[in-house]
Design a protein. Structure first.
Length: 185
């Protein structure tokens, strides 16, 4: 198998979109960077990869040698073959830029996850393709509510997750921000 170098564009800011001629779409204010790709021209067969690696976009791992996850996340996620989509930090704003859920962590978390879905949809992805998220909270007392909302979006095969408390986000009314990495089969 030989990597197709003509399809190795990544949009640093939001997600990868393709124009009608299969080149990166022209999106105002976005920066495109061409990345190198791995070349398998010397041969690698599907038989040399484990079943986990050739199945869907990811495989979650919660080995008994690690503490069982206490929330909606997995200890480790093995990303399989596919296209990697990096989604910038999303906050609780709608498509018109209006804050959703001022002072309400549940509404804000729900909007953030809907925004991540909106970023994944044009590139053929779903929440199930997400391998890893980074969650930034301004108040750790919101942790339980955040996990309850995450449980509405993921029922199994949770992404790997890092959660940190921050002193503030880009706007004082934002309570949460989440960025994500997805592997789309």
């Amino acid at each position: 198998m030989v990597a197709d170098r003509s399809r190795s564009w990544v949009l640093l800011v939001f997600a990868a979109f393709r124009g009608p001629d299969d080149t990166p779409a022209d999106l105002p204010g976005c920066v495109w960077v061409r990345l190198g790709t791995r070349d398998y021209s010397d041969g690698i067969s599907d038989q040399s990869l484990s079943q986990e690696e050739t199945s869907m976009g990811k495989t979650v791992h919660n080995p008994p040698t690690l503490c069982r996850p206490f929330g909606i996340f997995s200890n480790a996620v093995l990303a399989g073959q596919g296209r990697t989509c990096f989604i910038s930090g999303q906050v609780a704003i709608d498509a018109e830029g209006r804050l959703v859920g001022k002072g309400d962590i549940r509404l804000q978390t729900r909007q953030v996850l809907h925004n991540i879905l909106a970023a994944l949809k044009p590139v053929g992805g779903t929440l199930e393709d997400i391998a890893c998220v980074n969650v930034f909270l301004v108040n750790m007392e919101h942790l339980k509510a955040v996990h309850e909302v995450r449980a509405e979006f993921w029922s199994a095969d949770y992404p790997a997750s890092t959660l940190v408390q921050v002193a503030g986000l880009v706007h004082p009314d934002y309570l949460i921000e989440i960025n994500a990495t997805a592997v789309i089969s």
